[in-house]
Design a protein around this ligand. Sequence first.
Ligand code: 13P
Length: 247
Amino acid sequence: MIRKLIAGNWKMNGSLEANEVLVRAILAGVGTPGCDIAVCVPAPYLAQVAGLLKGQQSVALGAQDISRHAQGAYTGEVSGSMLRDFGTRYALVGHSERRQYHGETDEAVALKAKAALDVGITPIVCVGETLSEREAGQTDDVVRRQLAAVIHENGHCITEIVVAYEPVWAIGTGKTATPAQAQQVHAVLRSQLHAASTAAAGIRILYGGSMNAANAAELLAQPDIDGGLIGGASLKAPDFLTIASAA
Ligand code: 13P
């Protein structure tokens, strides 16, 4: 069985003071977890959170984005080697908020995944359909197209990625996909990964979208749900820890 991954995506939330309280509470309650755990923090706080996580193995550091470029004249961007300098293990790529508000295309997301892999950071590749795409019956096509770009660019090391299925209509809305809805899409993604790699059974596919302390256990019990990408509930230590123990 795959070791599950529970990753918190803090999005654009936090402060020096709040981060310290949150990370200390997570570390105090986490014990010896039965799953992998990560917190994906805003870039300015990587150094702070790296310091807070130092000397322990239970919680890993993640970033929320990564430049597709290695270095140079790209004002405002953060490179993979910069993330590495702070011990970053994971980087979200292609979150729907970046696709939507920053115009990230499937190809840009695939190149970001490659930039992460190039420096030994695990990309957490986010895919997911909008409400109108779901209502038009396009869900499977949309997530397959999004993942295909990443496989096309990174096929030789596809087992090194993590996939996160985040239906856009479920993010921050309190509307979770039902376990059956999520499992159906995860199975689609799994079979696409199987076609790309004989080792696809070992690739983690996370669910994200209003996952919380109350619904996590049922979602995580689905055969192809290998963890969670948690937004709002990752900002409250008790909720985040409850989700991690459900995994
Ligand atoms: P919520 O858990 O707040 O719905 O956010 C999900 C998400 O976008 C995680 O990346």
